[in-house]
Design a protein around this ligand. Structure first.
Ligand code: DAT
Ligand code: MG
Length: 139
């Protein structure tokens, strides 16, 4: 049985605020392993692939603009049930209601922008994880 992997992104708001270490620390403290990590400036083509499911939604263009607004950190984390586990560490999408104790609940809030800025991305299923890891770590 292969150990599960997930794609985690620290979004531009997280990098700008110096929260890369904090996110990595929460992942490692939980007991997951970091398998790969890179800092990059995402371009539109890459984000179109990554956020394909959201194309056409009202927040899609603001989402892409936000994700291109500064460097991001992409990483692959591994461990049993890490996909579900990281989503739990991240908290729900809306940081206003994300539970205290979660990354989004502790570190983010509504900024009044068209797109929700919530520090991190985490794959939501094994299929998404395989697809997204390939986008950010092709080989
Ligand atoms: P998640 O990142 O929790 O998996 P998602 O995949 O539904 O959420 O959406 C991707 C990102 O787009 C999300 O992190 C923040 C933004 N977003 C989602 N729904 C939104 C909405 N209704 N209004 C504004 N931004 C939204
Ligand atoms: Mg998602």
């Amino acid at each position: 049985m292969s150990i599960e992997k997930t794609l985690i992104l620290v979004k531009p708001d997280g990098v700008r605020r110096g929260l890369v270490g904090e996110v990595i620390s929460r992942v490692e403290t939980k007991g997951y392993s970091i398998e790969a990590l890179r800092l990059l400036n995402a371009d539109r083509a890459l984000l179109e692939q990554h956020y394909a499911e959201h194309i056409g939604k009202p927040f899609y263009e603001p989402l892409v603009e936000f994700m291109m607004s500064g460097p991001i950190v992409a990483m692959v984390a591994s461990g049993n049930r890490v996909i579900e586990g990281f989503r739990s560490l991240a908290g729900v999408t809306d940081p206003t209601v994300a539970a205290p104790g979660t990354i989004r609940g502790d570190l983010a809030r509504d900024q009044g922008t068209k797109v929700v800025q919530n520090i991190v991305h985490g794959s939501d299923s094994p299929e998404s994880a395989a697809r997204e890891i390939q986008i950010f770590f092709p080989k």
